[in-house]
Design a protein around this ligand. Structure first.
Ligand code: NAD
Length: 471
């Protein structure tokens, strides 16, 4: 069986006696490779390599870094078939495979954006003194990524950090390290050794990274529970954190909405990538007047789609990523309260792989577990509201604040809702649209800090005030 290796200081490095864990193909439930569970010595070696590389990397100009990152983006495109095959094997998901193109777009965006960093104008704010700010890289950044779009997450996290002049130690999720390792190997043709290091492992390796004295910042995309743990660990060293955590996305449908568009938006927004998207259109709140009609249409549309392997052209989405996730998604359906009912789906599909049927649940209440916790599976709940105020209250009632969508043909309703929804993203009459130029990040327990956009770039800079006396 193929044995994957960490990529540290510009080369693949065998983890020696470190434990290895099996990687499972979620389409077949069979192991296809092993990857290291990196220990403290490996984490230390990666951090030291990144630290040593930082001294020189920070002195490169934004234009020099831009050229290198543009070269890397082109190389990803050239190696697309290989990257896509690796992504499909570890995720079983065409949606994840298709995200590889976005990784290149993100690299290109940040490559150029780092040449346009903003700040205050230099000036004589005190007589005889000139004051200005410098925007500088922070240092070594520890980055922890999830398994839902492994390659895109590796680029989304590392591109702004590298473009701003930082060095990186990135840990992909323990079930999906293959494409991040390939990314590091391809990047080594462009970046000096130690600038981008990728090490494998699970929560324990992540904790060692967050606790290590070298990194100045820790960035996580993951669950809320992990976010709390990472923030707590990082707090001991007062490290800067950027946390992109889970969501519980409301889809607020008013009676005047175009229900055909709504159904299409929900089916795509909730079921793509088997619902393993932090902004999945999973929590439908609908005006009571059109509740029954929307539910009937949704039932028909959802029952007409099915999961399948990446080469199954008729399948809308692939498997859940791992056995634990299959168990977690199933548990929501197995513990439904009596007042809720499964309208369609509700169970695993087949006996090999981790496929789950597209599912609609009606009759839920705001405080049910299925209405308050992130499911991260192909499950949609539907709940009526009787007034705009109730819609806003229900939408904002969760601890999450990542993304939301509003569906209405009334412009004033849309404007009021965009102002009142406590979510870092509000879509109007659409869902799952992510321009690289726009910030992505949550409020409340969905975390803090932004990915993408110039705001994402600024996360990886520090601001220094300089005042010089003259005359
Ligand atoms: P996870 O939180 O289990 O793991 C994320 C990463 O953190 C992995 O690399 C994991 O090994 C590591 N990790 C886990 N526990 C850790 C700990 N205690 N200390 C340090 N590192 C630790 O998340 P997941 O299951 O891989 O991904 C699904 C979650 O990610 C969902 O909650 C989803 O909403 C979230 N997510 C959020 C966004 C966003 O932009 N906000 C995007 C994608 C996914």
């Amino acid at each position: 069986m193929k044995r994957l290796a960490n990529f540290v200081d510009g080369k693949s490095s065998d983890a020696g006696d470190s434990a290895y864990s099996e990687l499972i193909d979620p389409v077949t439930s069979e192991a296809f490779a092993t990857a290291p569970s990196s220990d403290a010595a490996t984490v230390d070696a990666a951090m030291r390599a990144a630290d040593a590389a930082f001294d020189r990397w920070r002195t490169t100009t934004p234009a020099e870094r831009q050229l290198l990152l543009l070269g890397l983006a082109d190389a990803l495109q050239e190696r697309l078939p290989e990257l896509r095959a690796a992504e499909l094997q570890q995720t079983g998901s065409r949606a994840a495979g298709n995200e590889i193109g976005l990784a290149g777009d993100q690299l290109r965006f940040f490559a150029g954006a780092a040449r346009t960093l903003g700040g205050l104008g230099a000036g004589e704010y005190v007589a005889g003194h000139t004051s200005y700010v410098r925007r500088e890289p922070i240092g070594v950044c520890a980055q922890l990524a999830p398994w839902n779009y492994p390659m895109m997450m590796a680029a989304m996290k590392s591109a702004p950090a590298l473009a701003a002049g930082n060095t990186v130690v990135l840990k992909p999720a323990e079930t999906t390290p293959a494409t991040a390792l390939l990314f590091a190997e391809i990047a080594a043709e462009f970046l000096p050794p130690g600038v981008l290091n990728v090490i494998c492992g699970g929560p324990e390796t992540g904790r060692l990274m967050a606790a290590h004295p070298v990194p100045a910042a820790v960035s996580l995309t993951g669950s809320i529970a992990t976010g709390v743990d990472v923030a707590t660990t990082a707090a001991a060293g007062l490290k800067r954190t950027q946390l992109e955590l889970g969501g519980k996305t409301p889809v607020v449908v008013f009676a005047d909405a175009d229900l055909d568009e709504v159904v299409q938006g929900i089916v795509t927004g909730a079921l793509s990538n088997a619902g393993q998207d932090c902004t999945a259109a999973s929590r439908v709140l609908v005006a009571a007047e059109v509740h029954d009609e929307l539910l009937a249409r949704l039932e028909a549309a959802v029952a007409a789609v099915r999961p399948g392997s990446p080469d199954d052209e008729g399948a809308l989405y692939g498997p859940l990523n791992n056995a634990a996730q299959l168990e977690r998604v199933s548990s929501f359906l197995e513990t439904l309260p009596d007042h809720a009912r499964i309208v369609t789906g509700g169970a695993r599909v087949g006996t090999s792989g981790y496929f789950f049927a597209p599912t609609v649940v009606a009759g839920v209440r705001g405080d049910d577990r299925i209405s308050t916790e992130e499911i991260f599976g192909p499950v949609i709940t539907v709940q009526p509201f009787t007034s705009e105020a109730e819609a806003v209250r229900l939408a904002n009632s969760v601890v999450h604040g990542l993304a939301s969508s509003v569906w209405t043909t009334d412009h004033a309703t849309a404007l009021r809702l965009t102002a009142r929804l406590d979510f870092g993203v509000v879509w109007v009459n659409t869902h799952l649209i992510f321009p690289t130029e726009m910030p992505h990040g949550g409020f409340k327990q969905s975390g803090h800090g932004k990915d993408l956009s110039v705001f994402g770039l600024e996360e990886y800079t520090r601001i220094k005030h300089v005042t010089q006396r003259y005359g």
